[in-house]
Design a protein around this ligand. Structure first.
Ligand SMILES: *Cc1c(COP(=O)(O)O)cnc(C)c1O
Length: 390
């Protein structure tokens, strides 16, 4: 038996070597602290869990859901967008529910990309942009996010001849992994380009609510004319500590939303209705959960920033996301520094190159570990000797 070419073409798993080392260390009885994965340790707020339990008991929720999502869920999304971003959406035509936003992101290229079409994806970036493109037969092209440009892509670095061939551009602000944010003026610029060259902007807004010091992330749909060219992906995963529930949504351009829905009717059959009702409860009560979550992440962010600053690293506290994107000392590659931290401190971080070649020179630390464990990890890193060796 041989797997298909499209699977063989997928990039190799970059963390295999690290995973093997971690497993070996654990087998030797070493206590490894994993700061690599972005998956909230805090529980889903209890009122959301309770709504799920209630709805799970109703037989009418046991049947096939609608692939587009319950009307009530799509209305809750539209109502939240109006309150949060001042953006009016038609819940009938401009909102579709997703089994987590990753599902929609992976399926989007199926709707828009013909074999050989170009798709621009942020690098470093969430791997699904590129992989979804490849599975659809498209050709992914890196959109470099560089420190010297505040991790915003340089839109002038591509000639018109490239823009003419581009079908989709994947963007993500607040950004994973760089923790950078984008001003509305940047969105205006790319919307203008998209209208000129007729491509779709797919903006991943998974981290809109995870922000600090009063910063509020904008939606690309706030820009005039954006809904002619843009869709935005959103998720309850990060805002409500609901990664395991698998619920998200896409909003924006109605043609794209319709096409995504059409792919979904043919592949999946939507999200368990009880989970959608819990999602309605969550979206209607966002304000009740964020204060606590943000205060926990703020404290953790400050701890990691203080630790690395005290060791001589050049690091500014990010305004959003629960990640820190830390430049590695110049004598290391990101993979070497990841190995160094694992060997000296038994702490796992993600090498920047795991998110693309432009991630070289950085590691990503995630703040989704219980604070006491994170403190222990920072103590160990302080003692690793890295401060003296720079
Ligand atoms: C976590 C994350 C998501 C959310 O994925 P879900 O499938 O909704 O859980 C989307 N985009 C990025 C960049 C993420 O980091």
């Amino acid at each position: 038996m041989e797997v298909a070419q499209r699977i063989k073409n997928l990039p190799p798993y970059l963390f295999a070597e690290i995973e093997e080392k971690v497993n070996r260390a654990r087998a030797e009885g070493k206590e490894i602290i994993d700061l690599g994965i972005g998956d909230p340790d805090l529980p889903t707020p209890s009122f959301i869990v309770e709504r799920l339990c209630e709805e799970a008991r109703r037989p009418e929720n046991h049947r096939y859901p609608s692939y587009r999502g319950l009307t009530a869920f799509r209305e809750a999304v539209a109502s939240w967008y109006r309150k949060r971003f001042g953006v009016n959406l038609d819940p009938e035509r401009e909102v579709v529910s997703l089994i987590g936003s990753k599902e929609g992101i992976a399926h989007l290229p199926w709707c828009l990309v013909n074999p050989g079409d170009l798709v621009l994806a942020s690098d470093p970036g969430y791997p699904v942009y590129k992989i979804g493109t490849m599975l659809a037969g498209g050709i992914p092209l890196e959109l470099p996010l560089l420190a010297e440009n505040d991790f915003l892509p340089d839109l002038h670095s591509f000639p018109d001849s490239v823009w003419e061939k581009v079908k989709v551009v994947f963007l993500n602000y607040p950004n994973n992994p760089t923790a950078s944010v984008a001003p509305v003026s940047f969105f205006q610029e790319i919307v203008e380009l998209a209208r000129r060259f007729d491509f779709v902007i797919a903006h991943d807004l998974a981290y809109s609510e995870i922000s600090y010091d009063g910063y509020r992330a904008p939606s690309i749909l706030e820009v005039e004319g954006a809904r002619e060219v843009a869709v935005e992906f959103h998720s309850l995963s990060k805002t409500f500590n609901m990664t395991g529930w698998r619920i998200g949504f896409a909003v924006g351009n109605e043609k794209v939303i319709e096409a995504l829905g059409r792919v979904k009717t043919n592949i999946d059959s939507g999200i368990f209705n009880a989970i959608q009702w819990a999602g309605v409860e969550a979206l209607n009560r966002v304000d009740e959960v964020l204060t606590h979550i943000i205060s926990v992440y703020t404290e953790r962010r400050n701890l990691v920033v203080e630790t690395f600053s005290s060791l001589g690293f050049d690091i500014t506290p990010p305004q959003a996301t629960f990640y820190l994107w830390i430049p590695v000392p110049s004598r290391f590659t990101s993979l070497e520094f990841t190995n160094y931290l694992l060997d000296k401190s038994q702490v796992v971080v993600t090498p920047g190159t795991g998110f693309g070649k432009y991630g070289e020179g950085f590691i990503r630390i995630s703040l989704t570990t219980p604070s006491s464990v994170l403190e222990k990890a920072m103590m160990r890193i302080k003692k690793s000797g890295i401060g003296e060796q720079r």
